[in-house]
Design a protein around this ligand. Structure first.
Ligand code: CP
Length: 325
């Protein structure tokens, strides 16, 4: 667990966005409210506001991504920033350049913000500790550690459908052990004060520290889904599994896949979420993924407004910059 909180400047203003851990409820609510105000921008014919005009934002993705990378790019463009997408497999990292040297070289080009996805837990914190003054780092997913912007767009989606957090029971189902999304969601849901968080998974996919997370643990999906308001399904993260954590995908689907009969145990107006990418017929049935209770594609859309909110807050002028001529 990374304890150091580099995210706020000396005046308590957001500088980096690395993890939900340590952030106050008021800040999370402010970000959700700001995102709400940006949704109208994404619905206009001219989808732009000038908030980050003249700023340069770099997408630095060392792992594959469809949703996160593209919605960060769209969010930056809608804030009128210039965007650089670094093609990591075609960059000098393949010639042995270190992460820090890559950062230093891009900083030398006067870039203002780096959106970083990396397979190593802690990579975004590492970069933030070494970033030049005035440069912001946004964590777009680091190893098994955190995916805070995903958690925020998930909270935004939940609030839009369900209103007040304190009335809600939320079940997170699937590969909790390897999921940076689950970790960030649990932190966000706890901070926002939901009534109950359940995690539902086979014993081999539950972290050893589960009891310290303030959640109820279930190994039976039917039990875990009973009367919940929100169901968040997770993908099996095969790329992070060592050894055989599961007997087979077929058996997993039988026990932990979300099907119509299991969904019927949740509250009648329960919503179904998934951060994506989804694996149909492994953790979720297609009739549910594409059905009326699914808000999976809304989560993707909301990612733009939420990332606009986070980027604009992290790059708001500091007192020293405001004083400059
Ligand atoms: N949810 C998510 O992080 O998806 P991508 O890997 O496509 O960015």
């Amino acid at each position: 667990m990374i304890k150091e909180n580099l995210q706020l400047d000396e005046n308590g203003r957001l500088r980096h966005f690395l993890t939900i851990e340590g952030l106050k409820r008021a800040l999370l609510m402010e970000l959700l409210d700001t995102a709400e105000s940006f949704t109208s921008v994404t619905e206009q014919t001219v989808k732009k506001v000038p908030l980050l005009r003249g700023r340069t934002i770099v997408n630095l993705f060392f792992e594959p991504s469809t949703r996160t990378r593209t919605t960060f790019e769209l969010a930056a463009k809608r804030l009128s920033a210039d965007v650089l997408n670094i093609n990591v497999p075609a960059s000098a990292t393949t010639k042995g350049e270190t992460l820090l040297d890559t950062l230093r070289n891009l900083e030398a080009m006067h870039c203002d913000m780096f959106v970083v996805r990396h397979p190593n837990s802690g990579a975004a914190h590492f970069i933030a500790r070494h970033a030049a003054p005035g440069v912001s780092i946004i964590n777009a997913g680091d190893g098994r550690h955190a995916h805070p912007t995903q958690a925020m767009l998930d909270m935004f989606t939940i609030r839009r459908h369900k209103g007040e957090f304190h009335r809600l029971t939320v079940a997170i189902v699937g590969d909790i052990l390897h999921s940076r999304v689950a970790r960030s969601q649990i932190q966000a849901l706890s901070t926002l004060g939901v009534k109950e968080i359940r995690i539902v998974a086979p014993r081999t996919l539950i972290p050893a520290c589960a009891e310290t997370l303030g959640v109820h643990v279930h190994h039976d999906l039917r039990e875990g889904l009973r009367d919940v308001d929100v169901i968040i399904m997770l993908r099996l993260q095969r790329e992070r599994m060592r050894g055989a954590a599961l007997p087979s995908e077929h058996e997993y689907y039988q026990l932990f896949g979300l099907t119509e009969d299991k969904l019927a145990l949740a509250a009648p107006d329960a919503i179904v979420m998934h951060p994506g990418p989804i694996n149909r017929g492994v953790e979720i049935d297609s009739t549910i993924a594409d059905g009326p209770r699914s808000v999976i594609l809304q989560q993707v859309s909301h990612g733009i407004a939420v990332r606009m909110a986070i980027m604009s807050r992290a790059m708001q002028p500091r007192p020293s910059q405001e004083a400059a001529p």
